[in-house]
Design a protein around this ligand. Sequence first.
Ligand code: ZN
Length: 328
Amino acid sequence: MPVTVEIERRNGGDHSGQPAWQCPRCHEGADPQAVKANLQVCPHCGHHLRVGARERIAQLADPGSFVELWMSLRTLDPLSFTDLETYPERVREAQAKTGLTEAIVAGTAQIASVSCVLAAMDFGFMGGSMGSVVGEKLWRAAELAAKERLPLVCVCSSGGARMQEGILSLMQMAKTSCAVDIVNEARVPFVAILADPCTGGVVASFATLADICIAEPGALLAFSGPRVIAETTRETLPPDFGSAERNLALGHLDAVVPRAELRERVAGYLRLLEGGGDDERRTAGRARGRGARRLATAATRRVATLVSHARRPFDRGDREVAGAPEES
Ligand SMILES: [Zn+2]
């Protein structure tokens, strides 16, 4: 019996009259290399495509300046979680797809010659979801920024908490918020770049606690997506609901910055916030560094207490511990 097999050409562009790359918004075609050279922005309509963590770092950091840290951190499977696949299987697939170990890449870099701690999230890795490793890397990035007196820059793009880690993923909201306290206390700047989409537990924690919050044009920034809100409230939402531009108009953002200007704009903010002469900065920096370490210790205790409480929510004794006054 004859068997018919349909073969679809994946590469090589023009065989079906379709361009090799087509803009999802304006549907105009372009050369993929030209789009990449244009920082993954449509050359026709300016639509900002999503960018993976490595490409994002290459766009922002000076060539060869990025040194990745904490690469060996791997998530566990604390709940032995399984839906259609097990959690470890999903992680392995995401690793194979993105070439990353987790949904965030962090390290030190220079942006237009300004040294900083730079972290970038990758929506392609399980929707950029925030689990224990994302929280821990963000925490370590904040500690390093405080200790070395370097500004912290984070590109935030996420669908929210990683449900496969249950309550432990929600705990990362508290942990990363405490991490922002560390950089605040050390008085080093924290700049967050919110990229499409930035939603859920990330937009509701560290991403919007930065000294300066900027976003890319057209990025969706919301706790829940428009469809969920429209279905829940049964109201018609404005067409620009959750867009970066609407968030700017409502005062949730400091600026909406096109990708082509991001690098210079962020470097400009960092230079502006650095201020003061070198000697003055060093002296003040040492004192602040000591304060930051004390705060980090206190914050670690707070998080440990909260995690312990979350693990044993029905233990009366634990509740008393969680309600005990904080150490200063
Ligand atoms: Zn376009």
